[in-house]
Design a protein around this ligand. Sequence first.
Ligand SMILES: Cc1cc2nc3c(=O)[nH]c(=O)nc-3n(C[C@H](O)[C@H](O)[C@H](O)COP(=O)(O)OP(=O)(O)OC[C@H]3O[C@@H](n4cnc5c(N)ncnc54)[C@H](O)[C@@H]3O)c2cc1C
Length: 426
Amino acid sequence: MPAPHASPSPAPAAPRRVDIAIAGGGLGGLSLALALRHGLGAQARILVADPHFARGPALGDTRASAIAAGARRLLETLGVWPQVAAEAQPMLTMEITDSRLGDVARPAFLSFDGEIRSRDDATPGEPFAHMVPNAALQAALTQAAEAAGIAMVNAGVTALESAGRSARLTLDDGAAVAAELVCACDGGRSRLRSMAGIGTVGWPYGQSGIVLTVGHERDHEGKAIEHFLPAGPFAVLPLTGRRCSIVWTESTAAARRLLELPPVLFHDELEQRFGLALGAIEVLDTPRAFPLGFQMARRFVGERLALVGDAAHTIHPIAGQGLNMGLRDVAALAEAVTDAGRLGLDLGGVEVLERYQRWRRFDTLTMGVATDGLNRLFSNRSDVLRLLRDVGLGVVERLPRLKDAFIRDAAGVGGQAPKLLRGQAL
Ligand SMILES: Cc1cc2nc3c(=O)[nH]c(=O)nc-3n(C[C@H](O)[C@H](O)[C@H](O)COP(=O)(O)OP(=O)(O)OC[C@H]3O[C@@H](n4cnc5c(N)ncnc54)[C@H](O)[C@@H]3O)c2cc1C
């Protein structure tokens, strides 16, 4: 019990008022901040909080992402693409094989040229994807957000409450922020999603993706290779120069053992899978393993809250679609919020949130189920399944229109794509 003459504790500081607060300044959060700035204009107050801003959230990330055509159009419309274009390697062809490691030749059972062919939305010769290093994209987004006057706060969100016309965030530096709309872009283990009581469905794959960059003697000519091995896919993804990014899936225990090998033995294992078609190879950075799983939030929205990117869904990287799905969320949410803003409606109101959820949930579920199915179909030793998938994919190989449809889907430009994915301003 306080002494009668004790001075009262200081009243909590008034919260900083913004229109939209974004928790998480990774690739998803910063893209969203820029898309909202683009749609709502210079007067909108947008704040992004991330505890890792001081060191740059993805600047130590040695991964590279396949940025599909739709996502590239979004980055172009937001003025970010020119900053990464010099480091973006177009995927000109893609080969898929499930040969065994000991096979002398590794024939492709499915091959694509990487160009989108579409009657409705054609940009002749547009590659369906480019490989872009995550660190380069993070640096370009950070620079663009600073230039656009987005408030970037180096702090994590520790509490979320909704109070009538605004939601209130508490940051780990003790500051409070009040916003009409809060966007959770805080990744697969989203704290905001838990604080809002939104559950998830999902399962771990018991697999990890080992990521590393390889240098090689001969040109890759823009060819990506997905080699399905019993433990999971071994993907060779072309980077600029004579370099490739590798995503090598193994059981989590095997991945750990591989990373503990002396460099010379690791190199042997790598060479067995990579082959010598591009000449001698060299490991250019420190290999890292990422545990893989499938997870989908039961709802993508809460009271004055939208979940975006990995906070809403994480999928297997087998098709290189995780970030692309996050950028589709960004495009859809920014469009819904911008339309509401123009009509003077509540930016965090139920109409905006429901429109966003309707737009994104089905597409996300379809992609999640497709990548989950692909992983199960390929990551096994069953000869029966091997035969079935070879026959199935052999059929696809002979149907050019079906192949074009797959490419359009992977490029993210078909169907009800939001404006930014079609390269249109909001
Ligand atoms: C091996 C591998 C390869 C991949 N390859 C591809 C690919 O080729 N193409 C593709 O499209 N996708 C790919 N992905 C998926 C892609 O990397 C992710 O989907 C994407 O990085 C998610 O971005 P995000 O911004 O949603 O989340 P994150 O990158 O996880 O960012 C979350 C941010 O939130 C911050 N944060 C955390 N907690 C808080 C808090 N309490 N308050 C505030 N901030 C917080 C973190 O510091 C972080 O900066 C791959 C994934 C893996 C594992």
